[in-house]
Design a protein around this ligand. Sequence first.
Ligand code: PEP
Ligand code: MN
Length: 341
Amino acid sequence: MDIIVLKQSTSQDSIDNLVKKVESKGLTVNISKGTERTVIGVIGDTSKFSDDEVNAIRSMHGVEDVMRIVKPYKLASRDFKKENTVIDVRGIKIGGNKVPVIAGPCAIEGRDILITIAQLVKQAGASFIRGGAYKPRTSPYTFQGMGEEGLEILAEAREKTGMPIVTELMDPRDLPTMLKYTDIIQIGTRNMQNFRLLLEVGSCDKPILLKRGLSATIKEWLMAAEYIMSRGNHNVILCERGIRTFETTTRNTLDLSCVPLLKQLTHLPIIVDPSHAVGRWDLVPPMSLAAVAAGTDGLIIEVHTNPEEAFSDGEQSLKPEVFSTMMKQLKPIAAAVGREI
Ligand code: PEP
Ligand code: MN
């Protein structure tokens, strides 16, 4: 037994009774009060309940149904919560009808350049500024990011443009610093299964942008979201950023089918990062259009004023004017699928 669905009229006494029963087995509950029904999610090893005990709960006062979930993720599943999760970040909604665009350089490289890029992407219609202060680089000898100084620059860009910040956290030791600056914490592809890191960010109250692991299946990815949610933070945004396949012409392979598939499996918002998926700036606009057509809840795009000189990921970064043209092209595509950019 994993999910207990209650009738609308169920009294608080009956709910308390049920919770006590579950907790007596050493399990915990997560109660979600929706508009039409209240759902108790049972967290932990639910096999501790025998079939007879499950049937007894099913016949208790106020209980409409008891469901055993075969999927290993619960809090993240559509069975647990029917309504889409909409995450509000300083008044900008992720998961609603509008499709927000997060844009900015791969890494924060300096104050003036970041502020310039932020102003240009804002003018083009972006809603969030991105930029890494702690960079997960393949080589330890390349630029590793500006650290807290970079976060200060991001905060200044937010002040100047009004755009909230998205930036990556790699190490739980940097979390207290990160919390002072960022609005959304990005967990990068290389850390999708860094379970201790997931648990740490699960205990904070900032939304988490969870990138898909380099070779992660959809199930592994949702289990990573479940780790975060199991600690109480239910504001998780999934981000498809391409997966490793046999194909090497593009940096990764963009798995766009995961967008409509995840809409069935989970209530969490799903956004697409075409920049890291294709690794070539010229393919970013067409794949962004395709992502919006497929129903993405947002885009995250690398933009740089001088890609040739960028400290990282220049080859996949759009120049601001290309980004601006792409933003215009996205509008009719969004409208065609009942969304707005
Ligand atoms: C990034 O967003 O710059 C980044 C490093 O992304 P990923 O973790 O998807 O490679
Ligand atoms: Mn990058």
